[in-house]
Design a protein around this ligand. Structure first.
Ligand code: DC
Length: 230
């Protein structure tokens, strides 16, 4: 058997609940989690709108000025950029859209891929994103791909926003999710798709506890994260 990294990958489209699940899984497994979307969002926010159109050299220099690190484990895992915690200001749909545009640029993907691999070299991880199982960690020990219809994802997002006291409109959210899906699934490099050996979970009819139970069970029946590694 080829060497397998002690990494659990969680890939899937916007709004499918990856962040909550990754955090809960990491808690159950007692390891750290890495939200790679937060890395794309953080770069997008720092560089600003239009950065995906910059000349290569400018973009390369701007990326190189952002160093990511990870502290803590489980639900307390925290991402830092240049020793500053990456916080809530990245969590708007506008920044999500900028991040999706920036994610179409090969140079940016290469930069973040190297940073993600470096973080996983230092500790076992649950990682969530779009291309974790296909490109960044093809030898991860466990790969999951979560999916749900755009309508279900938009409704979940609406409930999240409402719970945080924010107003939103379901039709607009559904349209935003469709647009981001189109960008993420159709880009030529590292598009959103399940790895051939990923376990695909349709979460449309499951709540968070149901999905979490399914994923943890799959890990347990295959011998856990510390199982066969060589
Ligand atoms: O998971 P998220 O919604 O926070 O991600 C924001 C955007 O970042 C997403 O639409 C595309 C990009 N992204 C990516 O291209 N590859 C990843 N591994 C994670 C995110």
């Amino acid at each position: 058997m080829s060497r397998q990294l002690p990494v659990v990958t969680l890939d899937g489209p916007a709004g499918v609940g990856k962040t909550t699940l990754a955090r809960r899984m990491a808690d159950s497994l007692g390891i750290a989690y890495l939200d790679t979307g937060a890395m794309f969002r953080c770069l997008a926010l720092r560089l600003g709108a239009g950065a995906h159109l910059w000349p290569e050299e400018r973009l390369r220099t701007a990326c190189a000025a952002c160093t990511f690190s990870l502290r803590g484990t489980g639900g307390f895992s925290e991402l830092f950029c240049n020793d500053q915690p990456v916080r809530g200001e990245i969590r708007t749909e506008e920044v999500g859209m900028l991040a999706a545009r920036l994610g179409t640029v090969p140079l940016v993907r290469d930069y973040l891929c190297a940073a993600q691999r470096e973080l996983a070299r230092q500790r076992p991880l649950v990682v969530e994103g779009r291309d974790m199982g296909t490109v960044v960690f093809p030898t991860a020990r466990f790969k999951f791909f979560l999916d749900a219809t755009p309508e279900v994802r938009a409704l979940r997002r609406l409930r999240d926003l409402e719970a945080r006291g924010q107003q939103a409109d379901l039709a607009t959210l559904t349209e935003q999710i469709r647009q981001r899906d189109a960008l993420d699934r159709n880009r030529p490099i590292a598009p959103l798709k399940p790895a051939e050996d990923a376990i695909i979970v349709d979460t449309s009819a499951l709540d968070i506890e149901g999905v979490l139970g399914t994923l943890l069970h799959a890990i347990q029946v295959r011998g856990g994260l510390a199982g066969q590694q060589g």
